[in-house]
Write a protein that binds this ligand. Structure first.
Ligand code: UDP
Length: 322
């Protein structure tokens, strides 16, 4: 059985939809940001908190867990700058509790959701996994701290792990059942689409004076379904002992500026956006674009879906929930 912590969240629920076709799955989620109805009904759902060891004990003592996939985290850059305590408690301290209980039950396979925010302001245009990690916000710090903890645990306790550093996850499942739904929403693509559906007056572009061709920030957007496939490949690489420890970037290898994302949303939806230029948002690097060569070579995974497809899947989903 595979334990998916945070399996009711945006990315976790897409993974569960895929994983359930081949493994038994138990989902542990406190529903602080996730949605129970996003969890595939064939999975066992357990409402509980990672920070609460008795909830973890309840799951590990009941089910024969052979691997843990950990999606439960706070993940908003801006929020982490104003409330770092929340990020270190929920992302670092709670993960330690999970690892402690895993070791107690001799569960040694771990897939960890990390982030491009671990790199901080990159020194290179295309970021490889060996690029310098120097986060510029507490969110990125909290994820890098866990990565470092995992490296020590691998040496001391023979923990096997794959760290997946996501770039910008976006898109929705074609089943139309699950998509990106945060409250409040802060992510670019859902904000643009909500605006184009008439749910917001305008779109604010956070800074147009960055050192990029059009002055707006560049990101590498990756479809959640591609992310889910990468997790399955990573899980298999641990279970078949191809990997003992590994760190992989997950991205398309192509960057789009905020303005380009807005243009593509206009093209996909056939609607015109009302855009205003606003102040820069704290903690934002100008450019984050992945090299995903390492995982392609090691596990044969690559992102299949480009920006237009990401946006059209999200658009379909946003229209269905409006
Ligand atoms: N962004 C923006 N306006 C918004 C939301 C986001 O200009 O209303 C920008 C943000 O500053 C960043 C990019 O869009 O440069 C992607 O932000 P998002 O929050 O989607 O993801 P992040 O890169 O922070 O993980």
């Amino acid at each position: 059985m595979i334990l998916v912590v945070g399996g009711a969240g945006y990315i976790g629920s897409h993974l569960v939809e895929k994983l359930i076709k081949r493994n038994e799955v138990v989902v542990l989620d406190n529903l602080s940001t996730g949605h129970e109805d996003a969890v595939d009904p064939s999975a066992v759902f357990f409402k509980g908190d990672l920070g609460n060891e008795s909830d973890l004990e309840a799951v590990f003592s009941k089910y024969p867990i052979k691997a843990v996939m950990h999606f439960a985290a706070n993940s908003l850059v801006g929020e982490s700058v104003v409330d770092p305590l929340k990020y270190y408690e929920n992302n670092v301290a709670s993960t330690l509790k999970l690892l402690r209980v895993m070791l107690k039950y001799n569960v040694k396979n771990f897939i960890f959701s990390s982030t491009a925010a671990t790199y901080g302001i990159p020194e290179v245009e295309i970021i490889g996994e060996d690029s310098r990690t120097q986060p510029i916000n507490p969110y990125g710090q909290s994820k890098l701290m866990v990565e470092n903890i995992l490296a020590d645990f691998a040496v001391a306790y023979d923990l096997r792990y794959v760290v997946l550093r996501y770039f910008n996850a976006a898109g929705a499942s074609e089943s139309g059942k699950i998509g990106e739904m945060h409250d409040p929403e802060t992510h670019l693509i859902p904000i643009i689409l909500q605006h184009l559906l008439g749910q917001r007056e305008q779109i604010s572009v956070f800074g147009d004076d960055y050192d990029t061709p059009d002055g707006t920030c560049i990101r590498d957007y990756i479809h959640v379904k591609d992310l889910a496939n990468a997790h399955i490949a990573a899980l298999d690489s641990l279970l078949n002992e191809q990997n003992k420890t590994a760190i992989y970037n997950l991205g398309n290898g192509q960057g789009y500026s905020v303005k380009e994302v807005i243009d593509t949303c206009e093209k996909v939806t056939g609607k015109k956006a009302n855009v205003v230029i606003a102040e820069r948002r704290a903690g934002d690097p100008a450019r984050l674009v992945a090299s995903a060569e390492k995982i392609r070579q090691a596990l044969g995974w690559k992102a299949e879906r480009k920006l237009e497809e990401i946006i059209s899947s999200a658009w379909k989903w946003h229209q269905s929930v409006k």
